[in-house]
Design a protein around this ligand. Structure first.
Ligand code: F6R
Length: 241
């Protein structure tokens, strides 16, 4: 695993945007796995800037988001559809026919997961997967458990994740307690993975990642088994090992 330690969130975001941009310059029809959450917002901002400067063309890419709350309306402001529209997909020249986000409105979530996974496979798999990490070590919403689901699935969010993400919901808004998420296999099959981590609350998860022990108690630790992972972390997120 390549580890890049940055002095600040801004530097982390700029380095991540450079790697993302390189991927598209090398392969204009890249299949990109995308994440939401606070961590990648700075990277998306910089990618939008590069697009506005005429330095990047997203017209050939295909995108697959990692996850979506369930149940949730696409139009809800906290949905990952709204998030991606606001921060990235709505601001660059992606072909919206080739952007995919799990459908939190699906009446049959199991079929939705199977169809979503089929679309990833039909697109030839993911070239570059962007990941953030939860305080409890989740990636996507693959939460710490005795056994991790390999395939795309519907999952209960853990207490830790419900608490961490409650900041996106106001007191009178009910936060969904489940999510549709790419399983570990879909993440691990990506050709390259770019993991971003910012802030002290991510130290414990990174300690597990860098420990040389793989455990379902900390799903991010499985990235040790992937041949092409780059971790970009700001100094606050880096544990003293
Ligand atoms: C989001 C996702 C999650 C987040 C994680 C960290 O699509 O899959 O795994 O990456 O919860 O979230 P932030 O960046 O808000 O700390």
């Amino acid at each position: 695993m390549k580890v890049i330690v940055c002095e600040s969130y801004e530097e982390m975001s700029a380095r991540a945007a450079e790697i993302f941009a390189e991927q598209i310059k090398e392969k204009s029809d890249s299949v990109l796995g995308l994440a939401t959450g606070s961590t990648p917002i700075g990277m998306y901002d910089r990618l939008v800037d590069k697009y506005n400067d005429g330095a990047l063309d997203f017209s050939g890419v295909t995108t697959f988001n990692l996850d979506e709350y369930y149940p949730i309306k696409k139009s809800d402001r906290q949905s990952y559809h709204s998030f991606m529209n606001e921060h990235f997909l709505g601001k660059v020249n992606v072909d919206r026919e080739r952007t995919h986000i799990p459908n939190g409105e699906a009446s049959d979530p199991t079929s939705e997961c199977a169809e979503y996974e089929e679309k990833i496979n039909a697109a030839g798999g993911i070239d570059l997967q962007i990941l953030g990490v939860g305080q409890n070590g989740h990636i996507g919403f693959n939460e710490p458990k005795d056994g991790l689901d390999a395939g795309m699935h519907i999952t209960e969010l853990s207490e830790s994740t419900l608490e961490a993400n409650s900041r996106f919901f106001s007191a009178d808004e009910k936060m969904p307690t489940m999510a549709l998420t790419m399983g570990m296999e879909n993440i691990m099959k990506a050709k390259k993975i770019l993991l971003l981590a910012s802030g002290k609350s991510k130290q414990e998860a990174l300690r597990n990642l860098l420990s040389r022990v793989v455990t379902t108690d900390c799903p991010v630790s499985f990235l040790q088994l992937h041949p092409n992972v780059t971790l970009i972390a700001d100094r606050e997120a880096m544990p003293n090992i």
